[in-house]
Design a protein around this ligand. Structure first.
Ligand SMILES: Cc1ncc(COP(=O)(O)O)c(C=O)c1O
Length: 385
């Protein structure tokens, strides 16, 4: 295979070379255990705390409000399980489109009889029905609302300001999974009233296996992972030092160039939309892709024309060097299909649905190649008819 094009950045992003360099220095030179009190340990502990302070400054929070975790899944679990165990939450409101790190956690709590679970209604394009959310909140049960900022499969954005204000008004706690958006937008948490927020480094050109949970300083929850006194006694276990350094560097780069990256990636996405419309008049877009203010600029979920080889489409693209996804990579290997597309009123699971997702390294030539490959797959099928 000669040409390879990576259009699966919602699954994970390539590590930025600058992030690799920042991590490599620490990996090579700073091996001390951050909990050791001698100079080797203190040196590494200092680097972790420096990384925490940098991230806190970008987000306008205090360093003590950030707990480094093994990534998005752990942070989501910690927020939800901590709210129920330590904050007296008796009901969780979420949406059927959440990531399984949220959905499976709340379903498990419901099965154990620990919470009541309410799903907020969706509009036909998959956006959260805010009027319904408000209706649910009006009964003022002790509630956690857990809603993601951007959906990882279809890219729909949640108006965080409106939802956080509504949660405050009705006395509910609010957790948002910002795994797909942290670093793609610059968050200022002094302006946004959330209780918990989840981040994973590998979606913003950082390393895998590291992220953080932001916990508002007015809230006290207990650790999810017990052991040592790391993370101000909030998470036991020797820290993922290189990961944390990489996460801080990735965020620094994202913050510094946010507007430039957004303009570039939105341009790539718009280019692919127009190419697809020109080549495949029947094409549809899942979710709210056509309204850019409601759609994450890195994700494009496409409903392609029907083909007898729908199940082979991703495989054929892969053979031609194009990496993309049929749902979320986190559930690939299961043959249940996408729970997100199944929950959408305007989707068509009989047609091939493909998620293309972009990053600052994606070029217009990359998406042109992908569309050429799609054309060739469809024209071969037409010739066989
Ligand atoms: C929205 C969302 N939340 C959570 C996760 C899980 O994050 P991690 O892979 O760091 O555990 C993902 C990963 O795909 C995601 O897209």
């Amino acid at each position: 295979m000669s040409k390879r094009v990576y259009l699966d950045n919602a699954a994970t992003t390539p590590l930025a070379p600058e992030v690799f360099d920042a991590m490599a220095v620490v990996l090579r030179d700073s091996f001390g255990n951050p909990s050791s009190t001698h100079s080797f340990g203190r040196e590494v502990k200092g680097k972790i705390e420096m990384a925490r302070r940098k991230i806190a400054k970008m987000l306008h929070v205090t360093p003590g409000e950030l707990i480094f975790t093994s990534g998005g899944t752990e942070a989501d679990n910690m927020a939800i399980l901590g709210s129920v165990r330590d904050l007296g939450v008796k009901r969780v409101i979420t949406s059927p489109l959440e990531h399984h790190a949220v959905l499976h956690t709340v379903e498990d709590l419901e099965n154990q009889g620990q919470i009541e679970l309410d799903f907020v209604k969706l509009l036909p394009d998959g956006c959260v029905d805010l009027a319904h959310l408000e209706g649910l909140l009006k009964d003022e049960k002790p509630t956690l609302v857990s809603l993601m900022h951007a959906n990882n499969e279809i890219g729909n954005l949640l108006p965080l300001d409106k939802v956080s204000a509504m949660c405050r008004q009705y006395g509910a706690y609010f957790h948002t999974d910002t795994v797909q958006t942290m670093g793609h937008y610059k968050f200022d948490l002094s302006q946004l009233d959330v209780d918990f927020l989840t981040c994973a480094a590998h979606k913003l050109h950082g390393p895998k296996g590291v992220g953080f949970l932001y916990v508002n300083k007015n809230i006290r929850i207990k650790p999810l992972i017990h052991g040592g006194a790391q993370e101000r006694e909030m998470r036991g276990g020797t820290e993922n030092v290189y990961g944390i350094i990489g996460l801080a560097k990735a965020m620094e780069m994202a913050w510094e160039h946010a507007e430039e990256h957004q303009a570039h990636v939105q341009g790539v996405k718009d280019h692919m939309i127009s190419l697809l419309k020109a080549e495949f008049p029947e094409v549809q877009f899942n979710g709210a892709c056509s309204q850019s203010e409601q759609s994450l600029y890195t994700v494009l979920n496409v409903q392609l024309p029907a083909t007898q080889k729908a199940s082979m489409l991703l495989f054929s693209l892969d053979l031609m060097g194009v990496a993309c996804s049929g749902g979320s990579a986190c559930s690939s290997g299961s043959n249940k299909g996408s729970h997100v597309l199944r929950a959408l009123e305007n989707s068509n699971v009989e047609r091939p649905n493909v998620r293309f997702s972009f990053s600052r390294y994606t070029t217009k030539e990359d998406v042109e190649y992908a569309v050429e490959c799609l054309k060739s797959i469809y024209s071969k099928e037409a010739q066989l008819k």
